[in-house]
Design a binder for this molecule. Structure first.
Ligand code: R1P
Ligand code: URA
Length: 318
């Protein structure tokens, strides 16, 4: 595969370097997940898919990239939608948001359906819908041999970035309809740069200095509900997305204070780990919750308005 343009590499067909998609293959309404197996489960809810088939229905467009991204495009209740599995971590979210944005015209809505750890009373199998997210980063300097930074904290907590309020309200409504109000939780998410140290997991093989991390998180944001690894970057990039390409001279001066963005974002997570009781979800509960939560996300994805812009009609069939 030969690429041109080192600034934003694309191949001769116009496929992006990592997600591997090109114009016409992606809808402007996208559900993003971590696990490719979850993407395949969700694809069974698309129009015309056979729910009993364990693989991706042949009538849906699908593309697996050489960097581990899986894209499936079809329609839900008649509206074009895509499902993109991205793997794990903020770098993968960055590839996903920027490369998908680059090959779709007009406004977009992106909703993440992930898994998380719960710091609150939300139980395994419950759904959390965070209205904002902050980032928890290991402070690498704190652990450096040079001890000049030893007075700093071992973890750096960022400011929070908000989701689109209409997307969140729609998700809460549709999740409650599927699972019942008492299984749906609202609050703030913390996205960590590790599943382990910056999520407060204790590991005798490393120096992590994270025993007080949960206390620090709740002090930072008392409504902290969940810990996972991608949502912050989705919310951050949606809030910094521009409605029109920024001209070179204004790129340096621009900030994110505008309330007009080309991407509307939201997220919801299934609780896989209850961090207070130390319980982890069973395979049976994952199989029960994933498709129901998926339906609520699809219902939300097609319900949210994208304004006057005409929908991108994604290619069907590969
Ligand atoms: C860690 O096990 C992974 O699970 C969560 C975290 O954000 C991280 O990606 O989400 P997904 O289930 O969507 O991957
Ligand atoms: N995903 C995470 O990132 N953390 C958890 O505890 C569970 C799922």
């Amino acid at each position: 595969m030969s690429m041109s343009n080192a600034n934003f590499p694309m191949d001769a067909e116009g496929r992006t370097y990592h997600v591997g998609i090109k114009r016409g293959e992606l809808a402007n309404r996208i559900i993003t997940v971590g696990d490719p197996a979850r993407a395949i489960v969700l694809s069974r809810s698309l129009d015309g898919a056979d729910p009993s088939v364990k693989t991706i229905s042949p009538n849906l467009f699908s593309h697996a990239s050489h960097r581990g991204f899986l894209t499936i495009t079809g329609r839900y209740k008649g509206t074009p939608v895509s499902i993109v599995a991205i793997g794990m971590g903020v770098s993968m979210m960055d590839f996903f948001v920027r490369e998908c944005r680059a090959v779709v015209d007009g406004p977009m809505v992106m909703i993440r359906l992930g898994s998380c750890g719960s710091l609150s009373d939300a139980k395994v199998g419950d759904i959390c819908v965070p209205s904002s997210s902050y980032l928890v980063q290991r402070n690498y300097d704190y652990f450096a041999d040079d001890s000049s930074s030893s007075s700093a904290s071992p973890y750096i907590l960022s400011k929070k970035f908000d989701a689109d309020p209409e997307v969140i309200a729609t998700l809460v409504k549709n999740m409650s309809a599927q699972l019942g109000d008492n299984h749906v939780w609202k609050g703030i998410n913390a996205t960590a740069d590790s599943f382990y140290s910056s999520q407060g997991r204790q590991d005798e093989n490393f120096v992590d200095n994270n025993q007080e991390l949960f206390t620090e998180l709740v002090k930072h944001e008392p409504e902290t509900l969940t810990l996972e690894m991608e949502t912050f970057l989705l919310y951050h990039l949606a809030r910094t997305s521009t409605v029109a390409p920024l001209k070179e001279e204004s790129r340096l001066k621009a900030n994110a204070t505008s309330n007009k963005h080309s991407i509307r974002a939201g997220a919801c997570m299934m609780v896989f780990a209850q961090r207070k009781s130390n319980e982890f979800i069973s395979k049976e509960d994952v199989a029960r919750v994933e498709p129901i939560a998926g339906k609520a996300v699809f219902d939300s994805l097609v319900e949210v308005s994208l304004g006057d812009e005409s929908e991108l009609h994604a290619t069907e069939g590969s």
